[in-house]
Design a binder for this molecule. Structure first.
Ligand SMILES: [Zn+2]
Length: 260
């Protein structure tokens, strides 16, 4: 699942390829937008808000969300695509580049003045200009009984943390993801750590929380079910919940992150 830093990097790549140029071809391959044609319109910018992408034209915004499996690829006009064409949901092209959104979880075209209907519910963005640690902590603790792991994933509290960073920051602060958020005494540190990790990783494709970039060494607990904890050797545990199973797997070390 893409995290806030992946989305930030995607926004930057889209921005570099599309901004300041006129669209020469657009193709929306989702039924409700099949008639939309933005040819001739200049692109002003692409920004990320949490895990949402906003590509802004003078009056309209193309909103996309990567959800679980989506990605944007940037190709030279003549280059072949690296994913199957049937998975493409949007093509935005100018005279040099084509940006192709594959398997996107959401695609909308809205008036720019209506962007808030898509992203207005988000809490402070860990990588955004509106970032506020105090406000994020305030929102997180509004429901003090909620397990901290779950509260961190709720984009209405703060925007940008996905399952990977949830697991990793809880490990790094020695907090069980099942602890009620109101009882986590290191909550500001936890949130601050998440932001630092996102900032550290936002310019690269492979995320690391251990500081090690080698394959298989990058993460402490995420996706390491049954493997020994890098600190204490205890087998990493994993618990699935919710309907979107993959999205809701919680990883933790029961020794380093005792339930309190
Ligand atoms: Zn451990």
């Amino acid at each position: 699942m893409p995290e806030g830093d992946t989305v930030w990097l995607t926004a930057r790549r889209l921005d570099q390829a599309l901004s300041g140029r006129e669209l020469t071809k657009t193709d929306f391959r989702v039924p409700q937008l099949a008639e939309v044609d933005l040819t001739g319109q200049p692109v002003e910018q692409t920004v990320s808000r949490g895990k949402h992408l906003l590509t802004r034209l003078p009056e309209l915004t193309v909103h996309t969300h990567l959800k679980m499996e989506g990605s944007w690829h940037i190709y030279r006009l003549s280059s072949p695509w690296r994913s199957p064409a049937f998975q493409a949901r949007v093509v935005l092209a100018n005279d040099t580049w084509q940006a192709v959104g594959f398997r996107l979880g959401a695609v909308d075209v809205v008036e720019r003045s209506a962007e808030h209907t898509l992203v207005g519910h988000l809490g402070p963005d860990l990588l955004g200009p509106d970032w506020s640690l105090d406000r994020a902590v305030q929102r997180l603790t509004a429901d003090p009984e909620r397990p901290v792991g779950e509260a961190l994933l709720d984009q209405r509290n703060l925007a940008g943390i996905g399952n990977l960073y949830k697991a990793e920051v809880c490990f790094l602060l020695g907090v069980s993801p099942f602890t009620p958020v109101g009882r986590v005494d290191v909550l500001p540190q936890l949130v601050d750590k998440a932001r630092r990790l996102l900032l550290l990783n936002k310019d690269r494709a492979d995320q690391t929380t251990t500081g090690n970039l080698r394959q298989g060494q990058r993460l402490w607990v995420y996706a390491r079910r049954g493997q020994p904890c890098r600190r204490c050797g205890t087998a990493i545990r994993a618990l699935e919940s919710g309907v979107e199973r993959m999205e809701r797997v919680t990883y933790w070390c029961p020794t380093c992150q005792p339930e309190t």
